[in-house]
Design a protein around this ligand. Structure first.
Ligand SMILES: [Fe+2]
Length: 229
């Protein structure tokens, strides 16, 4: 795939509802952090291996959950008003599901027979998956957002996003927050939590803001507290 970067989608995202930005920042951060962990794993250190294996398995679960939400909520909405508009991205989702299986077996091989070779196989597999997923998410944020913005109002898109958020179990929302919040800009963190405070029951806001404040470095947590006050 050759990608021509275009400033227009990023400009449009600043004025339209964009349900991809926050979760994709979380996924990009998780991909990058996990790739670095896998690259520097000490194959002779059982604790380091276990932490790396756990991180890769968590990443695969997180990416699979995100893919399922797009398949269930975003693609049907696109197809409902722009028939055929999801063909390319849906095919990429099926390829990602194959990549999940490939990476799961690479993790299993590394766990069963830790060596420089099995670590390199896992690391390079993760790198290729990250490369494909980065391009995929860029297409969603440019091409697919253009379809959504043309076919739906911002209020309708916010309603779709609300259904995705409502479908998350509390522990799934907390897990997503744990990786998402450190990956967002300060203003995005404040906007996200203000929106939850306005719409969700108070205990949900308390739980998620607690997760947010616990995962942020002290200065970022102080800024978030101030922005929400
Ligand atoms: Fe996707």
């Amino acid at each position: 795939m050759t990608l021509t970067l275009d400033a227009a989608p990023a400009r449009a995202a600043a004025t339209r509802f964009d349900g991809f930005t926050n979760i994709h920042k979380a996924i990009r951060a998780a991909l990058a952090e996990t790739l670095v962990l896998a690259g520097r794993v000490d194959v002779e250190d059982a604790a380091d291996r276990a932490a790396t294996i756990q991180a890769v398995r968590w990443l695969l679960t997180f990416c699979a959950m995100h893919l399922a939400k797009e398949d269930t909520y975003i693609h049907p909405a696109m197809e409902a008003r722009r028939h055929g508009s999801t063909a390319a991205r849906a095919a990429e989702h099926r390829e990602h599901e194959e990549a999940f299986l490939h990476l799961a077996s690479a993790v299993e091989a590394f766990e069963a027979r830790p060596s420089a070779a099995s670590a390199a196989f896992l690391y390079r597999g993760l790198a290729v998956f990250m490369a494909e997923n980065l391009l995929h998410m860029e297409q969603e944020e440019s091409t697919d957002n253009a379809v959504l913005w043309d076919a739906y109002s911002d209020a309708e898109l916010a309603e779709i996003e609300g259904r995705i958020v409502a479908s998350l179990k509390p522990e799934e929302a907390a897990e997503a927050f744990r990786v998402m919040l450190p990956a967002l800009a300060p203003t995005e963190r404040a906007q996200l939590l203000s929106g939850i405070r306005a719409k969700a029951p108070a205990p949900v806001f308390e739980m998620l803001s607690g997760v947010a404040l616990s995962v942020l470095p002290a200065p970022a947590a102080a800024r978030l507290r101030a922005d929400l006050a």
